[in-house]
Design a protein around this ligand. Structure first.
Ligand SMILES: [Zn+2]
Length: 94
């Protein structure tokens, strides 16, 4: 049972679904500090979402013309890699 008791000290960890939903806003700097922190925390522990964020950043940077080194091929490869990651179980650390 989830109950909102008016406490904001220990926000629940963010899941992939929620992270994906707010990722764009996060990258646009539209989330408040607490939400941003939750997204950042998730991106650090979740490789797949972290990669999504990196892909979005590349695309945004490319569209903005701010990162001439982020060529479309690299973005394509990154997206393919992200898709691939999403279809197989996470690797075990060696
Ligand atoms: Zn995730």
């Amino acid at each position: 049972m989830i109950r909102l008791a008016g406490r904001h000290r220990a926000p629940a960890p963010m899941g992939c679904r929620e992270a994906a939903r707010v990722l764009q806003s996060y990258l646009d700097g539209q989330l408040d500090a607490t939400e941003s922190e939750r997204v950042a925390d998730h991106l650090e522990v979740c490789r797949r979402c972290g990669l999504d964020a990196a892909t979005f950043r590349s695309i945004k940077a490319t569209l903005a013309g701010a990162a001439p080194q982020a060529d479309p091929e690299a973005v394509d490869r990154l997206q393919a890699f992200a898709r691939d990651l999403g279809t197989r179980p996470p690797e075990q650390p060696q």
